[in-house]
Write a protein that binds this ligand. Sequence first.
Ligand code: C5P
Length: 226
Amino acid sequence: MSHAVPVPVLTIDGPSGSGKGTISALVAEHLGWRLLDSGALYRAVGYAAGMAGLDLSDVEAVTRCAHGTKIQFRAAPDGSATRVMVNGHDATDELRTETAGAAASAIASMPSVREALVALQLGFRKSPGLVADGRDMGTVIFPDAAFKVFLTASAAERAKRRYKQLKEKGLSVTLAGLQREIEARDSRDASRAVAPLKPAEDAVLVDTTGMGIDEVVAKVLAVVQP
Ligand code: C5P
């Protein structure tokens, strides 16, 4: 089997609010490939640790939690966004909050937690192909991916996009507060020792500031189908 053609992977990495989630889902749908939302895994572990009352800086306890948490993605029956089940509970809405993002970012800096999630992520690589959305998809998890994209946008634009998303969900947030949270999370993600947020050397950089969704999707698809 060693001569089998590897399942193609498109990695889409970038900071929060760069549009990765939306773009990855649309590109995966267009290509008919599977989708890995790796951020949801870190969010799920942070959430499970919080629910269990763990101290989020207790590496041993959080690592045990990462190994013990059952995370499942379920297609919604009405075709709307995929639901994320954490230990059998639909935690989709809780996982989207900025609090869940901050908890994810805190536990994601622990090498043993990242290690605990590697096999699960590799398991998503199935025929006919995979779109992998995250921070270290092209650098650590799928370094051999044939296609790599790094999406960016200015912090101000990313805060604006997040603000709109969260407001639509009826959450009470301020633009200035969001921008501060996003910048703090980015700097923690970019400066951590393991799997920091950075483009793979062979990634195509796409700055989405001022670009519409369709335009970004077309740019990313052009990387796979030039
Ligand atoms: O992409 P999302 O905002 O859902 O990710 C939440 C957090 O999970 C990020 O801020 C980052 O700290 C962490 N993460 C990571 N590696 C990934 C995906 C997410 O460290 N591949």
